[in-house]
Design a binder for this molecule. Structure first.
Ligand code: SF4
Length: 187
């Protein structure tokens, strides 16, 4: 396999580096992008560390299940500050593992987050995929120039939200009934 060079990012380079800078300056992490994709109000609650995960049985079980079934493998050891579930170094592919195919767009935003930071760190293009627990499905996550621009827009939005003292309003949506923030949200 040909070794990548620092110019592998080509026309993506500026946008990828901008994303890295926004993430560093805003101290953003991957899960925030998943929340924002689902709901701006939910992202604000997470940004301001307002949750009740320790009080709700379903969320506690989910957290334990995550630890038991999604244990990160050795491929991601040494990745300071990044916590994807798995990396295929040979293929330059980052993989996020989920229990179901639900919220695919939101999960893909989190996976793209890892891929873009790996691009910034290595100077080469990475691919991304979501995997259903147990390797039952391998779902490629598209990354093109428009996706990178969209991630930059999301990073800017998250930085703005972090500075807002009041949660933004949000209309009721299908996920509200199962949202882990619903008891705090009021919807
Ligand atoms: S309950 Fe609905 S509106 Fe409230 S944070 Fe969750 S998804 Fe957003």
């Amino acid at each position: 396999m040909a070794q990548p060079s620092s110019s592998d990012l080509g026309a993506w380079r500026e946008s990828v580096m901008r994303f890295r800078d926004l993430v560093q300056e805003g101290d953003l992490h991957g899960l925030l992008f998943q929340h924002l994709d689902l709901c701006t109000r939910r992202a604000w609650l997470h940004l301001h560390r307002i949750d009740y995960a320790h009080l709700e049985e379903r969320m506690r079980k989910g957290s334990v299940g995550h630890d038991l079934h999604k244990a990160r493998d050795r491929s991601v050891e040494g990745l300071m500050g990044l916590a994807p579930d798995r990396i295929n170094w040979e293929k330059a592919e980052v993989i996020e593992v989920k229990g179901s195919v639900g919220a695919r767009s939101a999960v893909s935003s989190q996976t793209r987050f890892y891929a873009l930071l790996l691009m910034a760190a290595t100077g080469r293009k990475w691919t991304a995929a979501n995997e259903i627990t147990g390797g039952r499905k391998h779902l490629p996550v598209l990354i093109d120039r428009a996706d990178i621009d969209a991630m930059n827009d999301m990073a800017e939005r998250l930085v703005t939200l972090a500075g807002e003292p009041v949660a933004p309003p949000a209309g009721r949506k299908p996920i509200c009934g199962s949202c882990s923030y619903r008891m705090l949200c009021g919807y």
